[in-house]
Write a protein that binds this ligand. Sequence first.
Ligand SMILES: Cc1cc2nc3c(=O)[nH]c(=O)nc-3n(C[C@H](O)[C@H](O)[C@H](O)COP(=O)(O)OP(=O)(O)OC[C@H]3O[C@@H](n4cnc5c(N)ncnc54)[C@H](O)[C@@H]3O)c2cc1C
Length: 349
Amino acid sequence: MDTVLFLAHTEADGSLCRAALESLGAARALAAALPGSGFVAGLVGADVRAAADAIAGCGAARFLGVSGAPFAWSRYCTDVEASTALGRASGATIVVAPATSRWNRALAGAAHRLGGRIDAHATAIAAIDGSPAVTRWYYRQRLEAVVRRTARPWFILLDPGCGEPWAGPQGTAAIESIDAAPAAAPRTTVAGVRSPPADQQTIRPDAKLLFVAGAGWTKAQPDGKTHGSEAEALILDFLRRTKASLGSTKSLVDQSGEGQPVLGFMTHLNQVGQTGSTPRHAKGLATCCHGEEPHTVGWRFVTARRAVNLNPNCGWAQGKADVLYVADAFAVMRELDALLGERAPAPKP
Ligand SMILES: Cc1cc2nc3c(=O)[nH]c(=O)nc-3n(C[C@H](O)[C@H](O)[C@H](O)COP(=O)(O)OP(=O)(O)OC[C@H]3O[C@@H](n4cnc5c(N)ncnc54)[C@H](O)[C@@H]3O)c2cc1C
């Protein structure tokens, strides 16, 4: 008989992020589908009361909490102690956790300490013939496999955006406090968190829209000149106003190494596609972008897709976008930014 542990950490304000609620939905469904299994919730944070109460109606038989100032921040040594202690106290055979950057760093250590195994980048969890099975992609999202394991405990990190977040009644959870104090004082002291302003932090997995920029933004335009500075201003203005996430083609991010004009805020982390990332935003808008990889692999999980390209014969945009606007992206974005500006003044950087 399995015991499914939903394992999450709180955010700075004590709440659970969307990815955590998605994992909660998946963990609950798995426990319900495994005959005779138990379902336990385990939370880590400075104070887990608000998070536990927010999910009090999720059906967990127990609510375990590791709390205290040392667990407020993402830090490997305290996170691995906390998650190991929760795994042990719950007797979990299956641990379902959101693939946040914090858990991605720490949970492999907890799985190792408990003598278990871990799988990351799961996109779905189900029960097949009475045992858990995880769906994940291989070879840059080209092959999808269903994986089963006999080793326990089995930690599963569920990628964000792969399921519906749990929503249900709040209440007052009876929290069992679990002691996970590290044996020695942590060597790493967290001084605080510094995050870049909204227009510099351009990768936003939670955004509704993925805006993909291609190399065309830096190429000579019909007047024979390049317009890199205007391209930067138009794109940044759009991102500031919409809080969209920024993707790039490989050609555009590779240009910096070739000494060609570049968009200063773009890095290889923005690249989508076969050798980049495969984001899961609800909508995608590709501009000045021709390549196969951004339109096929990079957009694989984006459901509503539109493209702006000067070239009516751009085969990939035609084949993979739901709507292709044959237009000058500079003109389109100028107009779009102006319309967005009429709706709301640009936030200060
Ligand atoms: C093994 C391998 C892996 C790869 N992996 C990736 C990957 O992960 N991601 C990736 O992106 N690429 C990848 N590539 C490269 C990919 O095949 C393409 O070469 C690349 O994506 C093309 O980039 P682009 O569309 O930005 O540039 P271009 O092909 O140069 O296209 C620029 C486009 O901009 C348009 N344009 C220009 N000016 C305007 C304007 N004013 N308004 C509107 N449109 C305009 C042009 O019409 C053109 O269609 C890979 C290639 C290989 C071989």
